[in-house]
Design a protein around this ligand. Structure first.
Ligand code: SF4
Length: 285
């Protein structure tokens, strides 16, 4: 693949539509059932209430590059340093990825087992109509991998077995990331779903890899700790947690079916609902 082909793929990624009903469908539905129903009627819109469009786009580009990297399409590619006309999001995503690739080979977290593999229609295992599951990356971790990873990141214990890798792009360190990830419905659902799909494998957990988009990425800070890459390991859920996730998904599905407007979410501190902005929501006070 040459640089032009790569840029074309990245542009395609920016213009692609989300596939199926993943966790974000349910999460959005709990925040406002009407928002999800309007999305079904008018098509997906970017919701900038939580984060701005440029950050979402940088995340999309970074995910696409990781998909190509772990699918072995980018290892040998030299991205030419020439005047290519690309959007700021592609430039920023590429810069972040090149930083990552300079410090992590594609087998660093284990040998890739599945890259962006979509598993559709796994809703029945959760008792909901539809659930699409598309982990960023699944790796097989050996004892050697586990030792190597812990040598670089002493707080990360990845027991041998299969692990899901979830890429996160961010613009700052988040001191609450660990707690958020440990309580994440998405992460618990992902581990349990994969275990159910691969009953002969041992799904050990999910590693969230936060790659922080500093202006000048550096790997180590003055305490010799990772500065721009923050990994967090979340163990696979136990039986009780799986039941909690099941109840949550079923409850979220019922909430969405009501189609009710949640007026306190129309305008938040960080933005305005895109359906309100476009005059497409007939909400009533
Ligand atoms: S404008 Fe408010 S009620 Fe309507 S979809 Fe958006 S958040 Fe929901």
């Amino acid at each position: 693949m040459n640089t032009d082909q790569l840029i074309q793929k990245l542009n395609d990624a920016l213009n692609s539509e989300s596939s199926g009903r993943g966790i974000s469908y349910y999460t959005k539905g709990v925040i406002c059932p009407k928002f999800v129903q309007l999305g079904q009627k008018y098509g997906d819109v970017q919701d900038t209430r939580d984060t701005d469009t440029s950050k979402l786009d940088i995340g999309l580009i970074f995910h696409k590059l990781q998909e190509l990297y772990h699918g072995d399409e980018l290892s040998a590619l030299t991205i030419e340093d020439r005047d290519v006309s690309v959007s700021p999001a592609i430039q920023a995503g590429l810069k972040l990825f090149l930083f990552y690739r300079a410090h992590f080979d594609s087998n660093f977290w284990g040998v890739p087992y599945a890259v962006e593999q979509a598993y559709k229609d796994v809703g029945s295992m959760w008792g909901v109509k539809e659930f699409t599951f598309r982990p960023d990356l699944v790796v097989r971790v050996t004892i050697e991998d586990s030792v190597r990873i812990s040598a670089r990141y002493p707080h990360i214990i990845m027991d041998p077995g299969l692990w899901i890798i979830d890429w996160k792009t961010a613009s700052a360190k988040d001191v609450r990331a660990k707690e958020k990830y440990e309580n994440s419905v998405q992460f618990a659902a992902y581990c349990a779903t994969l275990q159910s799909l691969l009953p002969d494998e041992d799904i050990r957990g999910l590693l969230a890899v936060r790659v922080i988009n500093h202006k000048e990425p550096t790997l180590f800070d003055k305490y010799n700790e990772p500065h721009s890459v923050q990994p967090f390991a979340v163990r696979a859920p136990d039986v009780q947690r799986i039941e909690e996730v099941r109840s949550w998904l079923q409850w979220a599905e019922k909430e969405i079916a009501t189609g009710e407007p949640r007026l306190h979410n129309c305008v938040t501190y960080t933005g305005i609902c895109p359906f309100l902005q476009q005059g497409l929501c007939d909400r009533r006070f």
